[in-house]
Design a binder for this molecule. Structure first.
Ligand SMILES: Nc1ncnc2c1ncn2[C@@H]1O[C@H](COP(=O)(O)OP(=O)(O)OP(=O)(O)O)[C@@H](O)[C@H]1O
Ligand SMILES: [Mg+2]
Length: 507
């Protein structure tokens, strides 16, 4: 006789409809006590919705929920909190001018006489970060001085500091981190597991899922299509197959050799603070990757290419002309297309319909006055929505109610449809599911094959190696490498990004 499996969470037959969308359709989610449970599925599959049902943000239409063996008829945020369920949302919600200790205790301050509580809180925050999360931080440090990974850990500490957490839900916790920084968060998660805390982990990085998780649930179109009770490196194929309903044999398209004319070049570009003396050359037909951790100057450099930041030194040449950019509108007027990193905030009007977002100018009217063949690009944008599979395929849907990944796709479709000779794509696939990734890589390849120069800035080394002809690596504001793709591998790319040298120093 086998003992019954003990579940910390049982969600059974959960349905939730929104106007026009069956977001969850008799969905099941069972989380074994003490395990790290991966939750995966394509964009719009219902992952965030079931989490919001559990959190008491949405009310389910049907289905039963029990937490730690106790049935919960009504799920209100206070009830769920009392039951020991904690949520680490994707957004940070930390105040830059608060200290670490203040942030950890925000909303649950301890009061004491003569300011003693302040010191106690600080010590408690430091101790908790160290012992529970494996992170040594000064409780007096200001949030704005921390690395993205450290901020994420403070956010985690804040959810767990009362020591009553039994089930913690992480919604894409590593999306804002560069690959060198995720390990710190993983260590913290493993430490929580040792302490007996159960977890649900949502991510589009399947490598993280197979690395970290003990069991996995796969959603497709709002239904549970697979439950894996054991996970190893070989589970990836099974997961993908269930997620997208087919096998994906090649993630990256075959690269076409390119030897077009010089399209865009930058020499000795600098802003006197975040990056210095940067040279970049790209030809028609070429896909160039720019790698570098957060803080390497990569983001600031890319922003400068697009006129968001001002260059203080150096110059740029585009298609044989000197380029002086005072604003992004200048860049657009010159025919440069940028797909921004923070698409949700920079690229979308959330209260507008999907159709309007695709069809209307999201930047300046100036840009559009100069944009030729507008009708053509609208048609193309609609074709692209089909190709990268924006769901629901309803141009009247309000953008705010699309899933995170589908919002990303809307902006991508808009800009990829534009006629241009130079595309700058900042983190083009963050938050996007694997099926759409394949389509986006294919589109990038086509842009290049049709003679455009494409600069891809990304924190995913795998993606860089798979997609680009050439990679440039930034470290502490300078270019430490500029190499054809076949002269670099995963390890040296990682080492270059994290230490500025091909071989990571062991010191
Ligand atoms: N408040 C809402 N109103 C209307 N439709 C909604 C709302 N919230 C979610 N939806 C729809 O429900 C479906 C499931 O969305 P959900 O956010 O759960 O997807 P997801 O699996 O988290 O996707 P992603 O990986 O892109 O974050 C989508 O079709 C989405 O458009
Ligand atoms: Mg989501």
């Amino acid at each position: 006789m086998t003992l019954p499996v003990e579940h910390i969470l049982e969600m059974q037959g959960i349905s939730k409809a929104f106007p026009g969308v069956q977001a969850l359709d008799k969905t099941d989610l069972f989380v074994r006590k003490g395990s790290i449970h991966g939750l995966v599925g394509e964009n719009g599959a219902g992952k965030s919705t079931i989490i919001k049902v559990l959190a008491g943000i949405y009310t389910r239409d049907e289905g039963t929920v029990s937490i730690n063996g106790a049935a919960c008829d009504a799920l209100a945020p206070a009830v769920v909190h009392e039951a020991g369920v904690r949520f680490i949302h994707q957004e940070l919600h930390l105040v830059p001018y608060f200290t670490v200790a203040e942030s950890v205790f925000m909303g649950q301050e301890q009061h004491g006489v003569l300011g003693l509580a302040g010191r106690r809180m600080r010590r408690r925050a430091e101790q908790f970060l160290k012992e529970s999360l494996n992170c040594e931080l000064d409780g007096k440090a200001l949030i704005r001085t921390l690395s993205p990974a450290e901020k994420k850990l403070v956010q985690i500490a804040r959810a767990l500091i009362d020591d009553k957490a039994r089930l913690v839900i992480f919604d894409e916790p590593t999306a804002p981190l560069a690959s060198g920084e995720t390990e710190q968060v993983f260590k913290a998660i493993r430490r929580l597991k040792e302490r007996g805390i159960s977890m649900i982990y949502v991510s589009h990085y399947l490598g993280e899922i197979t690395d970290l998780c003990d069991e996995v649930t796969v959603f497709r179109n709002g239904a549970t299509v697979a439950q894996l009770n054991r996970v190893d490196a070989n589970s990836t194929q099974t997961i993908i197959h269930n997620m997208v309903g087919r096998d994906i044999d090649a993630l990256y398209p075959e690269k076409k050799h390119s030897d077009g004319a010089r399209m865009f070049s930058v020499s000795a570009l600098g802003d006197n603070s975040r990056f210095f003396n940067v040279d970049l050359n790209i030809s028609a037909g070429e896909v160039l990757g720019v790698a570098g951790l957060i803080g390497s100057g990569r983001e600031e450099f890319i922003d400068t290419l697009y006129g968001l930041r001002r260059a203080e030194a150096g110059d740029m040449q585009f298609d044989g002309r000197e380029l002086k950019l005072k604003s992004p509108a200048d860049a657009v007027a010159n025919g440069i297309v940028l797909v921004p990193r923070d698409r949700r905030n920079d690229g979308l009007v959330l209260n507008m319909s999907v159709g309007d977002n695709i069809n209307l100018a999201s930047l300046d009217e100036v840009a559009w006055a100069r944009m030729e063949k507008r009708g053509l690009s609208l048609k193309r944008a609609n074709e692209l929505s089909e190709q990268i599979d924006i769901r629901p395929r309803n141009p009247k849907a309000i953008t705010r109610f699309l899933s995170g990944g589908n919002q990303q796709k809307v902006v991508l479709a808009r800009w990829l449809a534009t006629q241009s000779k130079l595309f700058i794509l900042d983190e083009p696939t963050v938050g996007v599911d694997i099926g759409a990734k394949v389509e986006i890589y294919q589109l990038i390849k086509e842009l290049a094959a049709n003679g455009a120069a494409v600069i891809v800035s990304s924190s995913d080394p795998q993606e860089m190696l798979g997609l680009c002809h050439r990679i440039m690596v930034m470290y502490r504001g300078e270019v430490v490498e500029d190499t054809p793709i076949d002269a670099i591998d995963f390890d040296s790319l990682l080492a270059l990004s994290t230490s500025g040298a091909r071989v990571a120093s062991t010191a």
